[in-house]
Design a protein around this ligand. Structure first.
Ligand code: UD1
Length: 324
């Protein structure tokens, strides 16, 4: 089977993807700097390798280290580029650190891939690139209007991907993720995604915060759907995907108030949220048109919002039970 490289392999999405690749027999090389990734996620990846018999190796490296990245690309056929320093608020507080991780890191990876003759790079792009422009659902042909530094950085990565296809013939595919959630999302950082954060807070009987009036909506997408999209995009013929951008979502919008109510029901949380001012750099709404990914590589969401929430809640309950 193919030798693949997963950047961000110790992270929430990267580790889930690495497990899926190993289960189907690919040889996986992982790269992570543990800035947001966690060693325990790698244990799950190693266990998947043990069960399937597929090869797994790990490079503890930072994407800002061009030489280490170039070395990690040697002998690789397909790269899944999941590593990033996420979070809109983090990028507003410290734009330089996110910039170097997300833009320089992505550039180093593309240069490493080009030098090593890698065939394809599948890139984790962000729906935040759409910004607050009018028009729903979001279609890939819309002009991006990023607001905060983080979406600007993720969009720059997309443009670099397309350039490397056009100029060097490296097959690049950008997947614009829409609010991916699920097991292993970091729940206890000030920059945590809303789902993981609220689940942990409700388990600890703390009142979660809603920024704004809670009527902002997101196309929340369970992590298994993003993993499936990556596998499909990696396998699709180049003439369908190379140099292109695709939304990866469910095609449904759920408000924060609604999400709060579903989580409270699943966790038997009886408290109310604390409403506070809007968060700087936030977009108001997010809803994807997922026809392009369906037509190009047969993507369709396999796990619904509610099912995904149930699985996510069960995972945090099993893992963080001691805090309840
Ligand atoms: C998320 C991702 C980002 C990705 C983007 C598009 C995270 C941390 N961010 O950004 O990487 O590029 O989706 O897929 O996963 N909120 C609250 N209370 C809280 C925390 C958040 O009300 O305690 C609100 C925010 O103000 C926002 C919404 O929940 O309106 C979602 O926030 P967040 O989970 O941070 O994700 P995005 O900023 O949408």
């Amino acid at each position: 089977m193919a030798q693949v490289l997963v950047t961000g392999c110790a992270g929430f999405i990267g580790s889930s993807l690495a497990e899926a690749l190993l289960r189907r027999g690919d040889a996986v090389r992982g790269l992570d700097n543990f800035e947001t990734g966690r060693p325990e996620n790698l244990e799950a990846v190693r266990e998947a390798a043990r069960l399937s018999g597929a090869a797994f190796s790990f490079h503890p490296a930072d994407l800002r280290d061009a030489a280490a990245v170039a070395e990690a690309c040697q002998g690789v056929e397909v790269i899944f580029h999941q590593a990033a320093l996420p979070s809109v608020p983090r990028s507003i507080r410290d734009p330089r650190t996110s910039h170097t991780a997300n833009i320089d890191g992505t550039f180093n990876l593309l240069e490493g891939a080009r030098a090593a003759g890698v065939r394809r790079v599948v890139y984790a792009a962000s729906s935040s690139a759409y910004g607050n422009q009018p028009g729903f659902p979001r279609v890939e042909s819309m002009t991006p209007m990023p607001i905060a530094p983080y979406p600007v950085q993720k969009l720059a990565g997309e443009l670099y991907m397309r350039s490397y296809w056009q100029v060097y013939g490296l097959e690049t595919v950008a997947l614009r993720y829409f609010n991916i959630f699920g097991p292993r999302q970091v729940p206890d950082s000030p920059y945590s995604g809303v789902m993981a954060r609220w689940i942990l807070q409700m388990m600890a009987a703390e009142r979660p915060t809603i920024f704004g009036n809670g009527e902002q909506g997101r196309d929340f997408t369970f992590v298994a759907n993003a993993v499936a999209a990556n596998l499909l995009a990696a396998a699709a013929p180049a003439d369908r995907v190379a140099g292109r951008v695709f939304n990866v979502a469910c095609g449904e919008r759920h408000t924060l108030n609604e999400t709060f109510a579903v989580l409270a029901r699943l966790l038997r949380f009886r408290g109310t949220p604390v409403y506070t001012g809007e968060r700087a750099g936030d977009i108001q709404n997010s809803l994807a048109d997922i026809a392009a990914a369906r037509e190009a590589f047969g993507y369709q969401p396999e796990v619904s919002f509610e099912q995904g929430l149930r699985e996510t809640v069960a995972w945090y309950q099993a893992r963080y039970a001691v805090r309840a």
